[in-house]
Design a protein around this ligand. Structure first.
Ligand code: FE
Ligand code: FE
Ligand code: ZN
Length: 279
């Protein structure tokens, strides 16, 4: 196997883009993820053009894959309270403006929690919000993350994601981030039937929408709807199944992002493990 692969983890954005690029390389990776602002929300840090320029040069030199920014967890585009929903839309609009500093990147977000309003209402509120905020000139692809389905979380099934995408006018700006822990917890058996799950994804959403992978093992059983990430190979998905995901031909060339419970050393080890599967 010599197909191109991209692997990285979530990095702190506090030192800027070049610092993240260097950190990614230090850990052995060639892509990364970062929160666009404090995961709990709030004001984002200024972006320095000089830092971005140096980063872009560095990324080219090191043949980085597409980076995958992550929206704050507090962003809920289908909140019941209008002020929370507005706050989310403002963050999204601001983030998408800022994402244009690194053209053609991915921006991943949790579709939201309908908090008792029902799935149908959730779908229409999320789509409505995206219709207000996405703009034709943007080069970023916005990724809806597959979710574990904890509580009233939206995006627990491929059908829900498809329903949202279908109602968005600028749907060419949309893709999906395939989170292995979430998909497993959501009831898709990637251990015994990975091909079937990808086939299902293709049938319902279309594999051309699958832009990135959140690469996590799970602490819980298939269909548990719990969303507790585990280190690669130490969870219920297990090493062999994780390896099959990483090396699946249909996922070749996508950025794989680790969101496992680790410190730097653990990430470096998981990145090395991932790379060993391609050696
Ligand atoms: Fe996420
Ligand atoms: Fe994730
Ligand atoms: Zn998760």
């Amino acid at each position: 196997m010599s197909n191109r692969f991209y692997i990285g983890n979530h990095l702190s954005s506090s030192g800027g883009y070049l610092a993240m690029g260097k950190k990614a390389v230090e850990l052995g990776g060639n892509t990364f993820a970062f929160f666009t602002r404090n995961p709990r929300g709030g004001k984002a840090k200024e972006i320095a053009q000089a830092d971005v320029d140096k980063y872009l040069e560095f990324a080219k030199e090191h043949e980085f894959g597409t980076i995958v920014a992550h929206a704050p967890y507090t962003m809920n585009l289908c909140a019941a309270k209008e002020d929370i929903r507005q706050f989310g839309m403002e963050m999204l609009a601001d983030d998408l403006k800022r994402m244009e500093y690194t053209p053609g990147s991915f921006y991943n977000f949790h579709p939201g929690s309908h908090v008792g309003q029902g799935e149908e209402k959730g779908i229409s509120l999320i789509a409505e919000a995206l219709n207000q905020v996405l703009f034709p000139e943007m080069t970023t692809i916005v990724l809806l993350e597959t979710m574990a389905g904890k509580g009233s979380e939206m995006g627990r099934s491929f059908e829900e994601l498809r329903a949202i995408i279908d109602r968005v006018e600028l749907s060419d700006k949309l893709g999906v981030c395939f989170d292995t822990c979430h998909v497993w917890d959501g009831g898709y058996d990637i251990v015994n039937n990975l091909d079937g799950v990808l086939e299902e994804f293709d049938k319902v959403i279309g594999l051309d929408r699958l832009k990135a992978v959140h690469f996590n093992d799970s602490m819980n059983e298939l269909g548990s709807h719990k969303d507790r990430h585990e280190k690669i190979g130490q969870g219920k998905i297990g090493l062999e199944a994780m390896k099959r995901v990483a090396t699946h031909p249909l996922l070749a060339g996508k950025p794989f992002i680790l969101e496992t419970p680790n410190e730097d050393e653990g990430y470096a080890q998981e990145i090395a493990l991932f790379k060993s599967w391609f050696a």
